[in-house]
Design a protein around this ligand. Structure first.
Ligand SMILES: *Cc1c(COP(=O)(O)O)cnc(C)c1O
Length: 433
């Protein structure tokens, strides 16, 4: 049927995005492969017994992760909520219904390293507070030591949450092994947020009690979260999913079927071919961009050890007075839109991630950079103040000093900008033309 009031194909074509930023919820997460879409499609036309379907999911999750059991929820964010709630209530449906009231619940504190209190698109502490629990931040942003974790755990501690992510502080903190050991010494279950991690087994192997994976990131499923862990905690988490707070974060049959299919597909995939393709695309882009004056390129590994190589792109301050942020904007506002990985833009670089490319994307990216080459040419900057200033707003004269990779971004950069301002303008700003 052609739904005339919503010509989705046209809209998608007019709003094409080339995504070299990684798997981002704000960009619709992943491109779901045909074989998963077919399974989802079949589920949409029927009724199912959701408890029976989730029991099937439990088997698939156990096989994929090595955990005892599992269930599907709507996202990792909701997985954090229902698994924390499980540690607060156990399998007492009365207490499950009480959440977020904690009047009859004795354990409601969640230990989390201060360096793990991240924003993955939303604030992780809010997911703790959402179930009536209180985050207890351990250590400082850059240092966490065993005594600080021991000190944070009390008879009120229901769980400890560990976050695996490039967003977290990557040095100076406890290791996961030590974290698990200290928590288990005090009988505190450890929940690991491994939303973006490729290894489905390692955290269970290390002794984590519950591990959370995103169904819509590298697994390429529809929007969903995979909760894997010890049987008693999974039983309790499923109570929250089906009859407690999980109702507000519901996973429908399409998510459950899609997540099962995504896990099965992941198990059967030839991972060597997958990563070879990604790497070859990256090298194609590398070769194209190396011919462009004014860019500094470097190949860098993934900070959490996923098998991904990315290109780090910065601007050579000797050859160009363009700022990295201006280059990002030019890519974003071209046709098609190219979204780069810009978490570190205030350090003077962005990255190109090869995980979500379609055929033709590498060529389109090179073409766009070629179009922008004139912008990169010396003294052809879109803005004015910094022609006289060196990297990071310094007036120190760097002329003729041999140095590489100088990030041409002033200290005046405001991190990621102001999301409140941008949300206040929604939806008008998208409907103007
Ligand atoms: C993406 C991400 C999340 C959120 O996952 P959703 O499934 O989109 O809710 C949580 N934690 C980390 C570390 C992430 O990278």
């Amino acid at each position: 049927m052609n739904i005339k009031s919503f010509p989705i194909k046209d809209w998608l074509q007019q709003n094409t995005i080339i995504n070299v930023s990684g798997t981002m919820t704000a960009l619709g997460a992943s491109m779901v492969p045909e074989e998963i879409r077919q399974c989802v499609d079949e589920s949409l036309g029927c009724f199912v017994n959701m408890d029976a379907l989730q029991a099937k999911a439990s088997i698939t999750i156990a096989q994929s992760t090595g955990a005892e059991a599992g269930c599907i929820t709507s996202s990792v964010a909701s997985g954090i909520c229902i698994s924390l709630a499980a540690t607060m209530t156990g399998i007492d449906l009365g207490l499950v219904e009480d959440i977020p009231d904690i009047g009859k619940i004795s354990k409601n504190e969640v230990a989390i390293l201060k360096g793990h209190v991240v924003n993955y698109g939303s604030n992780i502490n809010q997911k703790i507070r959402l179930v009536g629990a209180t985050p207890i931040e351990v250590g400082t942003v850059t240092v966490a030591e065993p005594y600080q974790l021991r000190h944070a755990i009390t008879e009120k501690t229901c769980a400890a949450l560990w976050v695996v992510s490039h967003h977290t502080v990557q040095s100076g903190l406890l290791s996961l092994q030590t974290f698990i050991k200290l928590c288990h010494e005090k009988n505190v279950p450890v929940i690991v947020d491994a939303a973006s991690e490729y290894d489905l087994k390692i955290f269970i192997d290390m002794g984590a009690d519950v591990v959370l994976y995103s169904g819509h990131k590298f697994l390429s499923g529809p929007t969903s979260g995979i909760v894997a862990g010890k049987t008693d905690l999974i039983k309790a988490a499923y109570m929250h999913q089906s009859s407690g707070i999980g109702r507000a974060m519901k996973a429908g049959k399409e998510s459950v079927v899609g997540a099962i299919a995504a896990l099965e597909r992941w198990g059967q995939l030839d991972h060597k071919i997958l990563h070879e393709n990604e790497y070859n695309n990256l090298i194609k882009i590398w070769n194209g961009l190396s011919k462009i004056t004014g860019l500094c390129l470097k190949k860098i590994p993934d900070p959490t050890g996923n098998p991904i190589t990315r290109i780090k792109v910065s601007i050579d301050a000797h050859a160009s007075s363009l700022e990295i942020g201006e280059l990002c904007q030019a890519l974003l506002h071209g046709n098609p839109t190219i979204v780069v990985r810009d978490h570190h833009i205030n350090l003077g670089f962005f990255e190109i991630d090869p995980c979500n490319m379609k055929p033709g994307d590498p060529e389109a990216i090179i073409l766009r950079f070629q179009e922008l080459e004139s912008l990169l040419e010396k003294n052809n900057s879109m803005s004015s103040i910094k022609d006289i200033l060196g990297p990071r707003l310094s007036s120190y004269d760097i002329k003729d000093i041999p140095m590489v990779d100088t990030g041409k971004v002033p200290w005046t950069y405001d991190g990621t900008g102001d999301r409140e301002e941008s949300l206040k303008c929604w939806p008008e700003r998208y409907l103007q033309h």
